[in-house]
Design a protein around this ligand. Structure first.
Ligand code: PLP
Length: 399
């Protein structure tokens, strides 16, 4: 299907920030440089003969092996590089390939909103029917309404599309979510799961003042779910080089066959020299290399929360994973109006959440990207608190 032409909220807020000279805490781009060791390996790979043509469509074997080692090391779950791992041009292609490869036109795909912006168009382009379900957002945390799913599942439902750690809320997968999903898997044997784990290793202690990463939880660790799940990963996020367009799909052999059939006709393969460079980088020092950004991100989360609390009593949801914080809008403005006013008058750009809903529902929150230099976060917290004088004492009209 042909998509409606729109400018994404990320591009719109970034352009507005540039026009007004505002701090850009909007776009999700990490403003952190990759490890110099990775860049050196990439330079070497680019000057090597034999790295410049197509790789196998399944991906360069060395990188499939590195991805298998990653899963083994951090999740204790093995995947066979020959039959269960496929490399893609970023998680974005992985998501599209999974939806396209596993659905027929008319199949239903359930997903939660607020949702990462590629899900809805990917479902629509596949000719499938999107079935959005709203998450519950509260300053105390984000809840998945698993109990609401049976009413939305029938014989047409093919996929449940999930995302942990979740963009934009920072919610990670909890053991009770796994139990609920196992229950759904048992009740609905025709249901498959696609989980976008683009931020898979970025999982933090729930107390934002503690600069501590905690072991990640993944659907793949449940033996029942592993057999019915496609895990989508982003190597670009992992190594802080999203422009390199590298991602992967993990799935049992029968599902992998369907994924590979589709993937070969979308991009054929991801860029060969970059696959080889990331393989070499990850295989040299696995835990340190794969967690290179953790300390910087934890420091930023702690710092921003401290700054916010020093200046205001605005309510917020600090991320349990990834690097976005949600800020409660205390005024009766619509979120898009509040975000635009913040840029024009407050000198700081954020992302309103309503564009993360298919129907423009406004839950009353703004997303702040924490992967920024500390000075920028310091200024950002100050400007946000000035733009909302009075903080959360104003009753929120949406409740
Ligand atoms: C939840 C989520 N999934 C997927 C992606 C895209 O990842 P990639 O750059 O590997 O395509 C992003 C990027 O921001 C994301 O936030």
């Amino acid at each position: 299907m042909r998509l409606r032409s729109t400018v994404s909220i990320f591009a719109r807020m970034t352009a507005l920030a540039q026009a007004h000279g505002a701090l850009n805490l909007a776009q999700g781009l990490m403003w952190l440089d990759p490890d110099p060791a990775l860049l050196q390996i990439a330079r070497d790979t680019f000057t090597r003969e034999g790295s410049h043509q197509y790789s196998l469509p399944t991906g360069d074997k060395s990188l499939r092996m590195a991805v298998a080692a990653l899963s083994e090391h951090f999740f204790g779950v093995s995947y066979d590089p020959e039959q269960e791992i496929t490399l893609t041009a970023g998680a974005t292609e992985g998501i599209f390939t999974a939806i396209m490869g596993l659905t027929q036109p008319g199949d239903h795909v359930l997903f939660f909103e607020p949702a990462y912006d590629s899900y809805l168009p990917a479902i629509q382009m596949a000719g499938a029917t999107p079935v959005p379900i709203r998450l519950h957002l509260h300053p105390e945390g984000v809840r998945f309404p698993w109990e609401a799913l049976p009413a939305r599942i029938d014989s047409r439902t093919r996929l449940l599309l999930l995302n942990f750690p979740h963009n934009p809320t920072g919610r990670t997968l909890h053991p009770e979510d796994v139990r609920a999903l196992e229950g759904l898997a048992a009740t609905y044997p025709h249901l498959l799961f696609v989980v976008d784990e683009a931020y898979e290793l970025m999982t933090w202690h729930p107390d934002p003042l503690r600069e501590e990463a905690v072991p990640p939880l993944s659907l793949r660790q449940s033996p029942v779910l592993r057999e019915r799940t496609v895990v989508v990963g982003s190597l670009g996020k992992l190594v802080g080089a999203t422009g390199w367009r590298l991602g992967y799909l993990l799935a049992p052999p029968t599902l992998t066959e369907a994924l590979r059939t589709t993937h070969q006709f979308i991009t054929f393969c991801a860029p060969t020299p970059l696959q080889q460079a990331v393989a070499q980088y990850l295989s040299s020092h696995l835990p340190e290399r794969a967690t290179y950004f953790h300390q910087a991100l934890l420091e930023r989360r702690r710092f921003f929360v401290e700054q916010l609390q020093a200046h205001t009593d605005l309510a917020f949801i600090a991320p349990e994973g990834a690097y976005f914080l949600l800020l409660r809008i205390p005024s009766p403005e619509r979120d898009t109006e509040a975000a635009e006013r913040l840029v024009r008058e407050g000198g700081v750009a954020t992302i309103p959440l309503s564009p993360f809903y298919h129907d423009g529902y406004d839950p009353g929150w703004l997303r702040v990207c924490l992967a920024r230099p500390l000075e920028m976060l310091e200024q950002g917290a100050l400007r946000l608190s000035r733009a909302f004088p009075g903080g959360q004492s104003t009753a929120h009209p949406r409740e």
